[in-house]
Design a protein around this ligand. Structure first.
Ligand code: SAM
Length: 288
């Protein structure tokens, strides 16, 4: 059968190959706006992500998509960054951080903040929410009987779509494998409006968390001090000068004696004047 040439082709992506020039363009835009460094071995990955995004927009080539970014306003820049970010996460990922939160970080902060009775934790690069909810569960279990503490978790991410998922707090039970049966029963409920197998975080837990879009490269509206900052598996996407700048900014927002948790493949140079390694990828802010 002959193809129907009258049929519009707007929804068919014809040119799925990214050219070196297009890759270079996208790489520059992403690094400038999100700090994310895309090395040449990411070309296939970028191509796949752009093809998907271009398809969503009904475009017929990556070139057309690049033109929109080049000529358009900031609107599709958000779409591009959302498409490029990697959001892999899970409940109680790198569980030693949550053990330390419960046994050391929170008890110390409660001792230090007796007068203000204020506790603040920041999950920077929170992705779909598993990290801040794991923080909330651990903290609620520690604070359970301690009345009168002003406790809040700030959860931020540059990716507006993933943040929306985080805010909903609805997860398929398959994603809850890192959570004990006891915790599941205590902190999740069946979700009436959604598919079978979905569970929802209980409102009491949600109320501890404020979700906000935030690009770590931009100005930060919050003043701190934070008792703990989780920035795990985020700085791997940045270059060294960007990481160093970020660490200085985290130091500025952490209370003396507060903690910074990094991802498993991230570290701070031992010469760094503000942070002392005190556990596996756990750093304590030293005064001065
Ligand atoms: C791999 S996930 C890590 C999620 C979680 N912290 C964990 O360790 O499980 C990295 C997250 O960092 C976010 N991210 C990347 N660049 C960012 C930036 N410039 N500002 C804020 N968030 C960023 C991504 O959107 C993504 O959700």
């Amino acid at each position: 059968m002959l193809p129907n040439f009258d049929k519009p082709i707007a929804n068919v992506l014809l040119d799925v190959q990214i050219t070196p020039q297009e890759f270079e363009f996208v790489r520059t835009v992403v690094e400038k706006n999100a700090g994310i460094v895309l090395s040449s071995n990411k070309m296939q990955l970028v191509q796949g992500r752009l093809v998907r995004r271009a398809r969503e927009l009904g475009l017929s080539s990556i070139g057309e998509y690049c033109d929109i970014i080049r000529n358009g306003g900031p609107e599709e820049l958000v779409g591009l960054i959302n498409a490029i970010t990697t959001n892999v996460t899970s409940f109680f990922r790198e569980n030693h951080h949550f053990d330390a939160l419960m046994s050391v970080m929170l008890p110390e902060a409660m001792g230090r903040n007796q007068r203000t009775r204020r506790l603040r934790i920041w999950s920077a690069g929170c992705s779909s929410g598993e990290e801040p909810y794991s923080i909330a569960i651990s903290s609620a279990e520690v604070l359970g009987n301690a009345r009168g503490w002003d406790f809040k978790i700030l959860a931020t991410d540059i990716d507006s779509e993933i943040l929306h998922i985080a805010e909903q707090g609805i997860y398929n039970s398959e994603r809850l494998t890192g959570i004990s049966e006891e915790r599941r029963r205590r902190w999740f409920i069946g979700n009436d409006n959604n598919d079978e197998g979905d569970l929802q975080v209980i409102p009491e837990l949600k109320s501890l968390i404020t979700f906000r879009p935030l690009n770590l490269m931009n100005n930060w509206p919050m003043r701190g001090p934070f008792d703990v900052i989780f920035c795990r598996n985020v700085m791997i996407y940045f270059d060294q000068p960007t990481r160093d700048r970020l660490l200085m900014r985290y130091a500025g927002l952490l209370a003396d004696g507060g903690y910074l948790c990094l991802g498993h493949s991230e570290s701070i140079h031992s010469q760094h004047s503000h942070f002392k390694l005190v556990g596996r990828t756990i750093y304590r802010k030293v005064g001065g």
